[in-house]
Write a protein that binds this ligand. Structure first.
Ligand SMILES: [Zn+2]
Length: 264
C-alpha cells in the first residue's frame, strides 16, 4: 500500500554518486517525510542494483528504459534484458525514454523509432512510461498521440509551455515538476505549476541533477523534493499538506497502487 508523504517520481539513486552515503541519503529523505521514490535507471546493472535497494529499504519503485542520448549503447540483447525485467514484473514503468534534440540533432528518426518501440513494450506489459523531452515538444506530442501509452505516464522534469502541458495531459501524461520551479528566473515552470490541474501534477528531484534553490551547486537528493512541493503549494496558494496528499494520490493512481488514507 502506498504511504502518503512527499513523492520523488524521478531519482537516479543507483548512480555511483550515492555509493558512499546512501543510508544517510535515505535517512535524510525519511526525515523530510518523503514516502516513495522512483529510481530511474539507465543500464541493466543499475536496474539490478535498484531492485536490491528496494529489497533493503522497501520505499522504491524502479523504472528502466533506453535514454535517447544512449542510442549507441542499445542492442537487441539489451531489449531482451529489458523485456525480462518486465516479464518478471520488476519494473513499475519504462523510462526514461523520449526525444532529445538538444544533445543529438542528427539521429531524430532513430530516436523516434526507439521511443515508439519502448511505448509498444510498455503497452504490452501494461506499465506507464516516463518521458524525457528536450527541444522536441511537438515531435514528442505527435508520437504520444499516434502511439498512445495505454497506462499513461509522466512528463519528467517538465519544462515546456502551459499550452503543451494540457496537450500531454490529454494523452494521459502527468506533469512532473523538479528543481527549476524553485529557480528565481524560471518563469515557465512557475506558470505550469499554477495552471495544471492538481490531479495531473507530480514532483521529482531528478537527483543528482537540478538541485533546487537555495542549494544550487550542491548534489541533489530526494529529501529536497520537499522544497519543490513547498514552492508549488505557495505558487498555487494552497496548503502544503494538501498538495503533498494530492501528489501522493496521483502517483499511486498512476501506478495502480492503493493508497492509505491520510489523517491530518
Ligand atoms: Zn533522469
Amino acid at each position: 500500500m502506498g504511504k502518503i508523504g512527499w513523492i520523488d517520481s524521478h531519482a537516479h539513486l543507483a548512480y555511483q554518486e550515492y555509493d558512499q552515503d546512501l543510508p544517510q541519503i535515505i535517512t535524510n529523505a525519511k526525515e523530510r517525510n518523503v514516502s516513495r521514490i522512483m529510481i530511474v535507471t539507465l543500464t541493466d546493472d543499475e536496474t539490478r542494483k535498484a531492485l536490491t535497494l528496494n529489497e533493503q529499504y522497501g520505499m522504491f519503485d524502479v523504472a528502466y528504459g533506453f535514454h535517447p542520448s544512449d542510442l549507441d549503447k542499445i542492442s537487441e540483447n539489451g531489449f531482451e534484458v529489458l523485456e525480462d525485467f518486465l516479464k518478471n514484473r520488476q519494473l513499475k514503468a519504462i523510462g526514461e525514454i523520449g526525444l532529445d534534440y538538444y544533445w543529438h540533432n542528427d539521429n531524430k528518426e532513430e530516436q523516434k523509432a526507439v521511443f515508439i518501440r519502448q511505448i509498444d513494450l510498455a503497452n504490452k506489459y501494461e506499465v506507464p512510461i516516463i518521458v524525457h523531452m528536450r527541444d522536441s515538444a511537438s515531435d514528442t506530442l505527435d508520437i504520444l498521440k499516434k502511439h498512445r501509452p495505454i497506462k499513461g505516464g509522466i512528463m519528467h522534469c517538465y519544462s515546456g509551455s502551459v499550452e503543451m502541458a494540457f496537450e500531454y495531459i490529454k494523452c494521459g501524461m502527468y506533469i512532473s515538476l523538479g528543481g527549476p520551479v524553485t529557480f528565481k528566473n524560471a518563469h515557465t515552470p512557475k506558470e505550469v505549476a499554477k495552471a495544471v490541474q492538481i490531479e495531473w501534477l507530480l514532483t521529482e528531484t531528478d537527483c543528482p541533477y537540478l538541485t533546487p534553490h537555495p542549494f544550487r551547486g550542491k548534489r541533489n537528493e530526494p529529501a529536497m523534493v520537499e522544497l519543490i512541493g513547498l514552492q508549488i503549494a505557495q505558487l498555487r496558494g494552497m496548503d502544503a499538506d494538501d498538495l503533498m496528499v494530492k501528489v501522493a494520490e496521483n502517483y499511486y493512481r498512476l501506478f495502480d497502487q492503493s493508497c492509505e488514507s491520510y489523517v491530518k
